[in-house]
Design a protein around this ligand. Structure first.
Ligand code: BGC
Length: 361
């Protein structure tokens, strides 16, 4: 009896040791996202988790909460878990250089996700939406809302100067707006630098930095609100008011602020198709948003990661200059969403469920 017990015990120990061995001891893919404070990135997390469910590779997602130091720590944590691929959205494109260089030094493949890590050669791939076309779509909406009038009030806002995307979005917007600013169709009310450069069709990085320096929201709704307050005081809007808002989070605050002024007819852009902004579009508050289908971006980034892990060649369809090298990219198209097509682009496409909104027609 005693012998039998010992035998059972020994078998149990062997089998538990075996289970311990066969369980994934390491993490294959490390994913670092910038912040949980914006619905945009929480959605990326959810879409990653949904796709990872059907993958044989293990992954872990960490958030940096807007702090480059925390981001570096996150990368170190993931490296200690033996990751082979790092997917990272930098909080600050340049500051993230050190973190990705540390990963590269350990033989990890680095994929910049949505935002480009700049000024380093330690980035292997870039999975991104076509950000220039996002800015172009926003500006095109404003231009298409003109009814032949001239001298229309235009207020410009941009993203964070530490985010390379802010430059790409602005470049796209400028491509479309500049001729209309130069010919007097639009009058920029809140950036002396944009006025100074109104005849420059293609801005260089320094000129763009000067404009963005004046109109940055830092991607923070509270900064957008404070800027709007001071712009409204300094150059009071009246009648038709055109607002280039860089993303949905800032668009909603900017709309809320400008709409306090009596008698305005506001035309305002956005991007990300965040749920609260879809509701704003349905309600006729925010006029447009740009659907950057996160399912496609996640599929693109994980597709690269899995090709690398499987030892397959990675297919790319673009390339982006990060200040040091040209990074091969998976470049993903975007869709303009307005009140007219919100049902078809957002609901019928299965992006969100109709039950999450009110007033849908
Ligand atoms: C992203 C946008 C986002 C913004 C603020 C950008 O880099 O491309 O989708 O709204 O950051 O987080």
């Amino acid at each position: 009896m005693k012998k039998l017990l010992i035998l059972i015990l020994a078998l149990a120990m062997i089998s538990s040791a075996f289970v311990g061995c066969s369980a994934k001891a390491t993490t294959d893919i490390g994913i670092v996202l910038p912040t949980k404070e914006e619905p945009r990135w929480v959605q990326d997390e959810a879409r990653f988790n949904a796709l990872l469910e059907s993958s044989d590779y293990s992954a872990e997602i960490l958030f940096s909460q807007g702090d480059p130091a925390k981001e570096k720590q996150n990368v170190e944590t993931l490296l200690s878990k033996g990751i082979k691929v790092l997917i990272i959205t930098p909080q600050d494109g340049k500051a993230a250089g050190a973190a990705v260089e540390a990963a590269k030094a350990e033989g990890v493949t680095v994929i910049s996700y949505d935002r480009l890590v700049t000024d380093t050669d330690a980035v292997d791939y870039y999975a991104t939406f076509n950000s220039v076309s996002v800015g172009e779509a926003q500006a095109q909406y404003l231009v298409d809302s003109l009814k032949g009038e001239t001298k229309q009030n235009l207020y410009l806002y941009a993203g964070a100067a530490t985010d390379n995307n802010a430059f790409l979005f602005f470049e796209g917007a400028w491509n479309v707006l500049q001729p209309k600013i130069a010919d007097g169709t639009f009058v920029v009310k809140n950036s002396s630098k944009a006025v100074e450069y109104k005849d420059v069709a293609v801005l260089d990085r320094t000129q763009m930095s000067e404009i963005i320096g004046q109109i940055t929201t830092d991607w923070k709704p509270e900064v957008a609100k404070a800027k709007a307050e001071s712009h409204i005081t300094a150059a009071p809007p009246s009648g038709k008011t055109f607002i280039l808002a860089p993303n949905d989070g800032t668009a909603r605050t900017l709309y809320d602020q400008y709409s306090k002024e009596p008698g305005l007819e506001i035309y305002i852009t956005g991007q990300d198709a965040e749920k609260p902004s879809i509701q704003y579009v349905i309600d006729g508050k925010q006029n447009m948003t740009v659907l950057k289908d996160v399912r496609d971006l996640v599929k693109g980034a994980l597709g690269i990661a899995i090709d690398v892990l499987d030892g397959n060649a990675v297919e790319t369809n673009g390339s982006y200059d990060n200040g040091k090298i040209n990074v091969p990219a998976k470049d993903i198209a975007v869709i303009t969403v307005t009140q007219d097509n919100v049902k078809e682009t957002i609901i019928d496409s299965g992006y969100y469920d109709a039950s999450e909104f009110t007033g849908l027609k």
